[in-house]
Design a protein around this ligand. Sequence first.
Ligand SMILES: Nc1ncnc2c1ncn2[C@@H]1O[C@H](COP(=O)(O)OP(=O)(O)OP(=O)(O)O)[C@@H](O)[C@H]1O
Length: 423
Amino acid sequence: MDAISISNVTKTFKIFTERSSTLKDRIVKGRKNKYQEFCALNNVSLNIEKGQTVGFIGRNGSGKSTLLKLLTGILYPDSGQIRVSGKVSSLLELGAGFHPDFTGRENIFMNAAILGLTKKEIKKKLDQIIMFSELKGYIDNPVRNYSSGMYMRLAFSVAIMVEPEVLLIDEVLAVGDAAFQQKCMDQLRNMKQKGTTIVFVSHDLGAMEKLCDRVVWINKGKIVEDDKPKKVIDKYLEYLAIEEDKRLIEEAGEVNKQIEVKQDSSDSFDTNKENQHDEQRWGNRKVEITDVILEDFNGKKKMSFLSGDELLIRIHYKSWGFVENPVFGIAIHTLEHVHCYGTNTQIDYYKIDELSVNDVGEVYFKIPQLNLCGGTYLLTVAIHDENGLQYDFHDKKYSFKVTSLSNEVGIVKIDHHWDRSEF
Ligand SMILES: Nc1ncnc2c1ncn2[C@@H]1O[C@H](COP(=O)(O)OP(=O)(O)OP(=O)(O)O)[C@@H](O)[C@H]1O
């Protein structure tokens, strides 16, 4: 049996582009507020079985919260039907349903009454609610003095203690500290086991994967995917990586344009270049790095990778003079400048004998598996001689992003497995 049924729901908002500033303007001059219609949800249909835990994911502004608000009845659809069966409890915006001047205790009474509990029932559960929230020392203070985490503790404690049949949660858990977040997740797991239907909006994809039976990806007001968590989350992460790639490539294009303008446009080696030294680039430029391109092994330019992806770094060069045994190198740092890895053709016994005047070409650095944890990394590329005399050193001039599907922490991913034996 379905606990929630959403059929062909559309919700538009009016986005005002110009408002008449005064009442006089409106009445005397007959000016009307100008607006555009914005479709936040476009013909969405979805059924959620009783007892299912379903997660909504999607980029900011995709329509997730609007859908939850429609389920609680805070908003009404323009068209389509929504049916929710059973007692609903919701945790939407932080502080919603609380009166700032009331104490925590008074707000528990008010909030739980709104959620359908009688005064007697509330009194019976009061100690339990306060205990779960861990706010005993603050419960008789006005909630206006609470931190956002404290608001969340109180709201979550009330929302679960009313023992709803349907629980709707919108992202609010993120403001709790790690210990309380864990406690909330344990509680949600308990409720799930007892058969509560849970609908959950979050950007914490790890939590989504662990808790949900099903994940729905919403994009621009439409359902893109609705399937098993891992399947949907993998597709969503791939989409995010592609989008991020487009953005980074655009951004890098802008930066490169600026660098090109700054660089000498002459076509010959200029000895003055020897003295050129900016914060991120130095060297005598006898051999110059003319381009650095990041790609996958199929030749697709990328700046955003999934952990474990292939990465090809192509270093384009131009040699302005004769050089013997040039050494090409790369280094990877975190944004905090922690040196993650560095190597060069000399260390790796890859010999490049000589370059002649006006030689152009490229050197490839191939990484079959980019075993870095999620984060943004800075790439250094350099060409120097065997004794370390720099021809062209691009210090942390390039960046790329890594997204990880797992929650490991740190910088590098170390190949591993767990085992156990009993004595
Ligand atoms: N009351 C409103 N008036 C006008 N526009 C609104 C209103 N509520 C939401 N919107 C717009 O509807 C779109 C969907 O918003 P919604 O809050 O549902 O997104 P979301 O997916 O929950 O995003 P986030 O991940 O940032 O919370 C956004 O473009 C938002 O600006």
